[in-house]
Design a binder for this molecule. Structure first.
Ligand SMILES: Cc1ncc(COP(=O)(O)O)c(C=O)c1O
Length: 384
């Protein structure tokens, strides 16, 4: 049996069943140890190999390793768009999807989402386009790929670029093809809660040679090879060798992680299938969900208490239930200048979603504790 890292050195049974927990063991430890003993920590052969393996996994020509998903987005936006361009994106996502566009001198235009899949609503997106719109950013929230066939058709018609924020969805497919292989660039995160982790880390995946070339400059202070010749504005966004060495191992384990996530999700769904006023995650035909998070929605009309009270009650039952995300981006103080109306479904989602643990480190017993806790808490608060 492989030794696994223990969160904080304490057995998990003494704590909440955590919302996320990376699966790391001896193989990753040996890979990091080899890098440390080599004395060569800066981006090098491990990072290059990780990029090659990643590109081949996604099915694109190039992958560019960076030090976070946030950096992948910043680099992508800087490498792909002229300053002042407008990008249509969902309001219901993690802050970096939009904040990095602003940091790159672009203007996010927030659009509404679909409530069943939490993806960008394409009709609403189209209604918000102007002659300054240059791109559509789709977000594969909770591990479900967006409807990329429809997105690509629309983008081709309107001659727009497509950026896929695949931070939460490595391994999620549309018609058997990795979601990040669609579009101009896909951005991935390897934060510890993601489908694979390197600690901090991220990756861009693209078939666009021009964007890849600019991205490699941007992540390295605008230098092509060193020598302190800076062609364009850049940063230090490089991935280190220890992170890359972990990533190489994790990528080989991804298939088993996804299998475990899907099995856990099915087990939870079986228990929760018939609960009134509870929407479970859906998997539309042709799309493979990787359940980075198992996110449900409660119908506020059917329960005597609000979502936050339900989350508190689940935590009292030992389940680390969380809310991703409680405030849609158009209501965030940082984006007050970008606020627009008509985003009712994003607002509804932010008030009603609850994410539950579904990660591959859970035992069957823990999965059952999660499902039974939801069943019990919702039965307590259901209006009769
Ligand atoms: C949808 C989405 N976009 C971007 C990011 C940013 O990734 P990172 O935390 O690696 O910077 C995350 C990660 O939390 C995410 O979930």
């Amino acid at each position: 049996m492989e030794r696994l890292a223990i969160d904080g050195g304490r057995p998990l049974s003494e704590k909440l069943i955590p919302i996320a927990r990376p699966v790391l063991g001896d193989e990753e430890a040996r890979a990091v140890s080899a890098v440390v003993l080599s004395g060569s920590l800066r981006e090098g052969s491990n990072a290059h190999k990780f990029e090659e393996m990643f590109a081949s996994y996604v099915g694109v020509k190039q992958a560019i390793a960076v030090n976070s998903g946030t950096s992948a987005l910043l680099t992508t936006y800087m490498a792909s768009f002229e300053k002042g361009s407008e990008l249509i994106m969902p309001s219901f996502t993690f802050i970096a999807t939009a904040s990095m566009a602003v940091a790159a001198g672009l203007k996010p235009i927030f659009a509404d989402i679909r409530l069943d899949t939490y993806e960008l609503d394409l009709d609403d997106a189209v209604s918000r386009m102007t002659d300054r719109t240059r791109g559509i950013v789709v977000v594969n929230l909770y591990g479900l790929a967006s409807d990329l066939t429809a997105v690509m058709k629309l983008a081709e018609e309107l001659k727009l670029s497509v950026i896929v924020d695949a931070s939460q969805s490595l391994g999620s497919t549309v018609d058997g093809r990795e979601s990040g292989a669609y579009g101009d660039v896909a951005c991935y995160s390897f934060y510890p809660s993601k489908n694979i982790t390197t600690g901090e880390g991220g990756m861009m995946a693209t078939n666009r040679r021009d964007i890849a070339e600019r991205a490699r400059l941007i992540k390295n202070h605008g230098q092509r090879r060193g020598g302190y010749l800076h062609e364009i504005l850049g940063f230090n966004l490089r991935m280190g060798e220890m992170e890359a060495a972990i990533g190489l191992i994790q990528l080989q384990r991804l298939g088993r992680f996804i299998e475990a996530r899907r099995k856990n999700a099915e087990r939870i769904k079986r228990v929760l299938a018939d609960i009134p006023g509870l929407d479970l995650p859906v998997e539309p035909p042709g799309r493979r969900h990787t359940y980075n998070l198992f996110t449900v929605r409660i119908d506020p009309e059917l329960y005597r208490v609000g979502r936050d009270r339900i989350v508190t009650a689940l935590r009292a039952e030992g389940v680390d239930a969380r809310v991703y995300y409680p405030i849609p981006l158009h209501e965030q103080p940082v984006f007050r200048k970008l606020t627009v109306g008509g985003l009712e479904r994003a607002e509804m989602a932010s008030k009603t979603v609850i994410s539950l643990p579904c990660h591959p480190a859970l035992s069957e017993e823990e999965v059952d504790v999660v499902a039974r806790a939801v069943e019990k808490v919702l039965a307590t608060y259901l209006k009769r």
